[in-house]
Design a protein around this ligand. Structure first.
Ligand SMILES: *Cc1c(COP(=O)(O)O)cnc(C)c1O
Length: 463
């Protein structure tokens, strides 16, 4: 056939990507197209579109890991076919998950770290559901044995992450959340004790509070519960939500007793994809001892002739994140984690100090004692010509994403700005951040948008 008669319009791939039909028109958005497209082109068009997302390195609003080793990219690629639930097909992936559980149990001082039980999850949210369910089951079993009613379980928390609101609603447990007060932003033993009754399934301190980055005092709460048990006979267990702190305190604040060193702490959750340094999609929940996870909640799978207990809300789930978690634990070891987290903590302290020097802000968290980061508010009475929301918006124009939000009940009138520092951040980036912040404040000096708003700011919580 003469060359010019060959129908070329189907063979778009000889053209430059951006000269092809799909790039000069629109790719399907809400309905599937009829004909396939060049894979290379489609990938590039999607990547172009994704450039409109925020730049993860400058995202100081999230707790989640956004910067991973090249080796993790390679491992994730090789693990694309691994399904966590198929413990028969991928027994070695299951073995690696198991190693992570025991490493974490040891890191968190379980007295039975080699034999205790735990599992990976999609994140701390799923881990919290599992931890909460175990508390509910144990409480119900005890109540049934005593012949008492089991209709009205409650759980006591400080100002918590939304996953505990979900747990309470989805699993029919009354949430007794201790509200913040202006002079007390965290859970205290007195506030916990006030809320306990015989239907309390457990107390959940947060070790690294979402709003302020500080640790709730697990030891003080545990001591108060010991005393309470002596007086009343009621034995109330603790689950620690250590989504972030579980991978910070063991390296930076090893003397804080928040974990299984306290016998009352029966389970702990943490996010592998936060300060665990693994890519998005992995969390952990670990029980102090096997007996702390009620047998009824465990499903058993046979693999390799063995007996593999599983406890999860999901079925199929990617295995790569778990492999990446093991890589991180082995590659960094304790000293590697310590250096990484200490660097983050130092950058947070630096930012806090520089922000304080500006004279307009009052530090709510100086970055020193808990998670890497800082939080501040506008000083009472200052009239800088902007609200913290305006400042966040203006910083966005320089690429920075910083969260500004009002605190939850009873401090909704307090608006704060928070930065989190994660792996992948350097001292020079902290300096660039501060110089951009100064530039934005200067801009508002010349072009004020609000007057005297420091105390009357309003608005919702942005994560
Ligand atoms: C992030 C966070 C969660 C939720 O964790 P995911 O891993 O995002 O599901 C729960 N609790 C606390 C304290 C958190 O910081």
């Amino acid at each position: 056939m003469p060359l010019h008669l060959i129908k070329r319009d189907k063979d778009e791939s000889v053209f430059d990507l951006y000269a092809q039909y799909a790039a000069t028109h629109s790719i399907p958005k809400y309905k599937m197209g009829d004909e396939p497209n060049d894979p290379h082109l489609v990938k590039d068009l999607i990547l172009d579109e994704l450039l409109l997302d925020g730049n993860a390195k400058q995202n100081l609003a999230t707790f989640c890991q956004t910067d991973v080793d090249e080796e993790i990219h390679q491992l994730m690629d090789k693990c694309l076919d691994k399904n966590m639930i198929d413990k028969d097909e991928y027994p070695q992936t299951a073995e690696i998950e198991n190693r992570c559980v025991h490493i974490l149990a040891d890191l968190w001082h379980s007295p039975e770290s080699q034999t205790t039980i735990g599992c990976s999850t999609t994140g701390s949210s799923e881990a919290a559901m599992l931890g909460g369910l175990a508390l509910k089951w144990r409480w119900r079993q005890r109540r049934e044995k005593e012949g008492k009613p089991t209709g009205k379980p409650n759980i006591i928390t400080g100002p918590v992450q939304i996953c505990w609101h979900k747990f309470a609603r989805y699993f029919d447990v009354e949430l007794r959340e201790i509200p913040m007060e202006h002079d007390r932003l965290l859970m205290t033993p007195e506030e916990v004790i006030k809320r306990i009754d015989e239907n309390t399934i457990g107390v959940v301190p947060t070790f690294g509070v979402t709003f302020t980055l500080e640790y709730e005092d697990v030891k003080a709460v545990s001591d108060a519960l010991d005393k309470y048990e002596k007086e009343t006979g009621l034995d109330i267990p603790i689950h620690v939500d250590a989504a972030s702190g579980g991978f910070i305190a063991p390296f930076l604040q090893p003397d804080i007793e928040w974990d299984f060193r306290l016998p009352r702490v029966k389970s702990i959750n943490a996010s592998g994809h936060k300060y665990g340094l693994s890519p998005l999609g992995v969390g952990w929940v670990v029980w102090r001892e096997v007996s702390d996870l009620p047998e009824d909640l465990i499903f058993r799978v046979n693999y390799l002739g063995g007996d593999m207990p599983t406890f999860a809300l999901n079925f199929s789930r990617p295995g790569g994140q778990i492999i990446a978690q093991y890589y991180n634990l082995v590659r960094n070891s304790k000293e590697g984690y310590r250096r990484i987290q200490q660097a983050c903590l130092d950058h947070g302290i630096y930012i806090a100090q520089e922000v304080e020097k500006l004279g307009l802000f009052e530090l709510l968290y100086d970055g020193k004692s808990a998670l890497p980061g800082a939080a501040w508010m506008l000083k009472k009475g200052v009239e800088p010509g902007f609200t913290l929301y305006d400042l966040s918006d203006k910083m966005r124009a320089h690429g920075w994403q910083i969260a500004s939000y009002s605190l939850p009940a009873n401090c909704q009138d307090m608006v704060i700005q928070r930065v989190l520092i994660r792996h992948g951040f350097s001292h020079d980036m902290a300096k660039l951040f501060i110089s951009d912040l100064k530039r934005c404040i200067e801009y508002f000096k010349e072009n004020p948008v609000h007057k005297g708003m420091a105390e009357t700011e309003a608005g919702g919580y942005h994560h």
